[in-house]
Ligand binder design. Sequence first.
Ligand SMILES: [Zn+2]
Ligand SMILES: [Zn+2]
Length: 339
Amino acid sequence: MRKTRLLFWLASSMLMLANATFAAELPEACKSYTPAVVGGPMPPPDSDAVVMRWLGNANFEFAYKGKVYLFDAYFDRTPRSHDLGFKASDVSKAEGIFISHAHFDHISDIGPVAKQTGAPVVGAPITAEVAKKLGVPEGQIVVAKGGETLHYGDATVEVALAQHSTIQPGLLDIYASLYKSDSPPFTEEEKKRLDYVQSLGTFDPKVITEGTLAYGLVFPSGFKAVLIGSAGPITPGVRALAEKLGPVDVAIVAYQVHAVADTQINYTWPFIELFKPKLFLPAHHDSAPPAWVDLGLEPLFAKIRTEMPNTAFLAPLYRSPICIAGGGPDQGKVLSFKY
Ligand SMILES: [Zn+2]
Ligand SMILES: [Zn+2]
């Protein structure tokens, strides 16, 4: 009896010790499904952890030392987009918001999100025009053309002029026909909602060559991430960004719109090869009915495993916390992740 009790006491103290060590190393934010931009926990200033979350499409947040940085603002999405678990009206915190380009699926909610956060909104000239139309206060708009180095909170943000992807004629019709054949038709209400959300952006062809930016996010510890919201051809600006940042800790690159994996890999792969990340995260691979479908990531991951064995990869769900060492000997290593 006494022996059992002693064992029990020993086991529970060890468990408590383990929990205490875990808690000291990993902030609460590493376990939470609540994004920092909607008021979820953030890693405290004395922690070196960076907490990243995918928030649908090419939306990502990076929380670091009590501050959060937001990439893209597309939350109240088109009908039948899968649920993110929060709304644009919930987004209340950001040190800076960095828009890839002014297509609706990157910018539609920037008006309310800019007002609710009070954060500066960075984008290309055409993005700035659209942001203004969507209600972003002019004083919050920061126009960037590529080559700028900006500072917000603890972050340095390097901006590069990238290029948007383009597709062959007919592909959009094929997706429309696939959805028509394989899912119920859109209701009138859904069609109206689709048109409305699509109107919260621009289809100006200038977006392709003049309006798409890539961002490098650098923290004082030396932690570096790069975000590519559309995987077009690699531009001189993106090449210069890669030369400036060197191998990065995290690369986030769009993986859409080609349903044939080998075709899409041809577009996404050059960015992974160029930035040589310790961790690769895909973006934009979720469906957008009646256009894009949910893309399977395995063929891309298999290529990374074979050809870049030092690059880790993850496919988080919406809001899954990915905790990474932001500094020290383990910088860039995944400390914790949960689906
Ligand atoms: Zn786009
Ligand atoms: Zn897009």
